[in-house]
Structures are given as structure tokens and as C-alpha cells.
Design a protein around this ligand. Structure first.
Ligand code: NAI
Ligand code: MG
Length: 356
């Protein structure tokens, strides 16, 4: 089993280091790690944020563990040379079309949410966002009309096959969770959503054990803050998913706790090929100070164990170790505490060893 480790910029290396210590503590046989440059550091060393050798390394691996990219020193570079292009390039080149973002409120952290604690406490949901289609990838442009006024357009488009593949990922995920799937669209107005909804219903026939419901995106945004406990698994397109997943993540509180997985169609002999990363960025404001909370990356590692290695039990152990550390009061700066990245990594590792 080969894992490509791409720490990237800013706090990326600091949080990835702690996740690797957790991986080490699991003592799994037959693991080979490769480390590659990505982001601003890759631009400095190789002249490109996503060098060919990094891409080749990711392609040859069974899974990718990614830190974060982005550095203020690159703000004036041309768009295609900016560090952020590296993650977009990896998703596109590796065919990663399904973005999984779980959001769960940890015991003891209810008051970190912008929602009332008794509402925040209910949150345990998974957003499955389509990542390779929609208005981001449709025909787009800016033109000047005959009357001299400028107009811009972006075409929203989903084909049945694009919807089908993300729907399968979502139904399978829902089946492993609470058995309920909410498909979010805007079918009262958008033709794209009509194709989306028809296709999700069609795919749903293969998953009679999953309860499927449909919700318009404007209502979903309301329900997410009104009673988020009603959601189990949510599937939606790229644009709606971008907004709703950020909204959901803030409902549970800290950015330093939220993991993500990006999956494609490729299967390896161990599970699904995927890229795993915390949802936060490179946090240049705290980089190099040991202040970053590595828990989001450690929880991303748990997703890697689950989806790319078929090690559900180890994934659950890592998740429990993080949850119990939080319940014990281990707090990084993002949670108003003083624990350093290293100390948080130490706590999770020792907790993990008690859970064996
Ligand atoms: P950010 O997520 O890096 O930071 C936002 C705020 O949260 C900062 O105050 C930061 O200190 C804090 N924070 C983030 N992660 C934390 C952690 N693990 N522990 C404690 N505090 C944490 O977002 P920002 O500042 O908008 O972007 C910084 C750079 O990261 C930019 O270059 C941006 O483009 C890039 N970025 C990269 C992403 C990626 O690699 N996938 C995703 C988001 C942003
Ligand atoms: Mg976003």
C-alpha cells in the first residue's frame, strides 16, 4: 500500500507530521510512504506548484494525504502558477469527482458553534459534493453586447452519467451511515436540477434500504441552521455543495477539526483511490509557530484508512482517540486552548494506544 504524502505550505507540514505519527502508532504492515512537493514550496523548488513528478507520485499511489497550499509570497504570480492551482490540478488530473465532508459536533464543543448548543449537539452529517462538473466547468465568458454593456455567463450543466456516479457514492455512504439521503437541488427552477433529480431517483432504485428525500437548496440552507439534526447524508452539485459544505462546517465550530476526502472511480486492491485533506488552508498567520490544530488532518487520515485501506476498525479508533482527547479538554488555539500541534499529536497517540 503506497501513500503519497504532500504536506505543502504554511501549517501543512506541521499538521501532516502529527497525522503521520498517528499512522505510525497504528503499526500497519506493508505501508510505503512517498513525500512530494506541492504548492508554493514546489514553485520555489521546481518552478511549478504541481510538478510532474508530484503528479506522477500521486498517480502511482493508492491514496494521497494532503496538507494545505497557499502562501502570501505568491499573491502576484499568474493564476496558473499560484499554489492553489495545485489542489485543483490534482483533483482534475486524478479524476476525483466526489468530495466527502463529514461534520459532527464533538462532545464538549457545542458552545464553539454559532448555533445554540442544543441545536449544534445534533449535528452528525456527511455532505457529498460533486467536484468535477456544474457551472464551474461549463461554457463561460464575458462579452460586450451591441449596446456596449458587458455581460458574463457561466453555463450550468450536468449529464446523467455525471449525476449517476456521484449518486452511487452518496447512496453507498448513506447505507453505511444512518440510511437516509437528502438530495439537494433547485428542480423548481433549473433544468439541470431536473436531470439531477430524475437520475438520483433512478439510481435510488438500486438502494431500496436507503430513504431518499429531495430538498430545494434554499430550504436546505435554512434547515441546516434551523434543525441540522434532521440530516444524515446529503448529496448535491458542485456549486450548491461548495456553499452548503462551508455552512455546515461552521455550524460545528472550529476549522481545525474538519476533514475531507475526495474520491474518484479508481479502485485499488485496498479500496477506493482518494485524496485526503483538512478543509482549512495553509494559515500563514500561525505557520511555523506550532499552533496549528492537527486534528482535522488526523481525522482525514481516518477517512483514508476507511475508504482507501479498508481499515474501518482503525479509522474508528483514530476518530475515537480524537473525540476522547477533546472530551478530556485537549484544546488547540483554534478552540481557545494552548496545546501545541506536537502536544495534540502526543495526546492522540497516547489515547490511541489505550484503545487497542
Ligand atoms: P485558512 O483556513 O488557512 O485560515 C483561516 C483562519 O483559521 C486563520 O486565522 C488560521 O490561523 C485559522 N486556522 C486554519 N486552520 C487552522 C488549524 N488547523 N489550527 C488552528 N487554526 C487554524 O484560510 P485563509 O486564511 O483564507 O487562507 C490561507 C491560505 O490557504 C490562502 O493562500 C488560501 O488560498 C489557502 N487555502 C488553501 C486550501 C487548500 O489547500 N485546500 C483551502 C483553503 C485556503
Ligand atoms: Mg469553499
Amino acid at each position: 500500500m503506497k501513500i503519497a504524502v504532500l504536506p505543502g505550505d504554511g501549517i501543512g507540514p506541521e499538521v501532516v507530521r502529527e497525522a503521520l505519527r498517528v499512522l505510525d502508532a497504528l503499526n500497519l504492515p506493508g505501508l510505503v510512504l512517498f513525500e512530494g512537493d506541492v504548492g508554493a514550496i514546489a514553485y520555489q523548488r521546481h518552478g511549478h506548484p504541481l510538478p510532474q513528478e508530484t503528479l506522477d507520485m500521486a498517480r502511482a499511489a493508492d491514496a494521497v494525504l494532503f496538507g494545505a497550499v497557499g502562501d502570501p509570497s505568491c499573491d502576484n504570480l499568474e493564476r496558473h502558477l499560484r499554489p492553489e492551482q495545485a489542489i485543483l490540478g490534482l483533483r482534475a488530473e486524478l479524476g476525483l469527482f466526489a468530495n466527502l465532508r463529514p461534520a459532527t459536533t464533538f462532545t464538549g464543543l457545542e458552545h464553539m458553534s454559532g448555533l445554540r448548543p442544543e441545536i449544534a449537539r445534533e449535528i452528525d452529517l456527511l455532505i457529498v459534493r460533486e467536484l468535477n462538473g456544474d457551472v464551474y466547468f461549463g461554457d463561460k465568458g464575458i462579452r460586450t453586447r451591441d449596446d456596449g454593456e458587458r455581460e458574463g455567463w457561466d453555463m450550468m450543466c450536468y449529464s446523467e452519467s455525471e449525476v449517476r456516479r456521484i449518486a452511487h457514492v452518496a447512496f453507498r455512504a448513506a447505507r453505511k451511515r444512518g440510511g437516509r439521503l437528502t438530495s439537494v437541488d433547485k428542480a423548481n427552477v433549473l433544468e439541470t436540477s431536473q436531470v439531477w433529480r430524475d437520475t438520483v431517483i433512478e439510481v435510488g432504485k438500486e438502494y431500496p434500504d436507503v430513504a431518499l428525500e429531495h430538498m430545494y437548496v434554499d430550504n436546505a440552507a435554512m434547515q441546516l441552521v434551523k434543525s441540522p439534526g434532521q440530516f444524515d447524508t446529503v448529496v448535491t452539485g458542485n456549486l450548491f455543495g461548495d456553499i452548503l459544505s462551508d455552512q455546515a462546517s461552521m455550524c460545528v465550530g472550529s476549522i481545525g477539526l474538519l476533514p475531507s476526502a475526495s474520491l474518484g472511480e479508481r479502485q485499488t486492491e485496498y479500496g477506493a483511490f482518494g485524496l485526503y485533506e483538512p478543509i482549512h488552508g495553509s494559515a500563514p498567520d500561525i505557520a511555523g509557530q506550532g499552533k496549528a490544530n492537527p486534528m482535522a488532518t488526523i481525522l482525514s487520515l481516518a477517512m483514508l484508512l476507511r475508504h482507501s485501506m479498508g481499515r474501518e476498525e482503525d479509522a474508528v479508533r483514530v476518530e475515537r482517540a480524537v473525540a476522547e482527547c477533546l472530551a478530556d479538554g485537549v484544546r488547540g488555539g483554534d478552540l481557545g486552548g494552548r496545546a501545541t500541534s506536537r502536544e495534540i499529536g502526543d495526546s492522540v497517540v497516547s489515547k490511541l494506544l489505550t484503545l487497542s
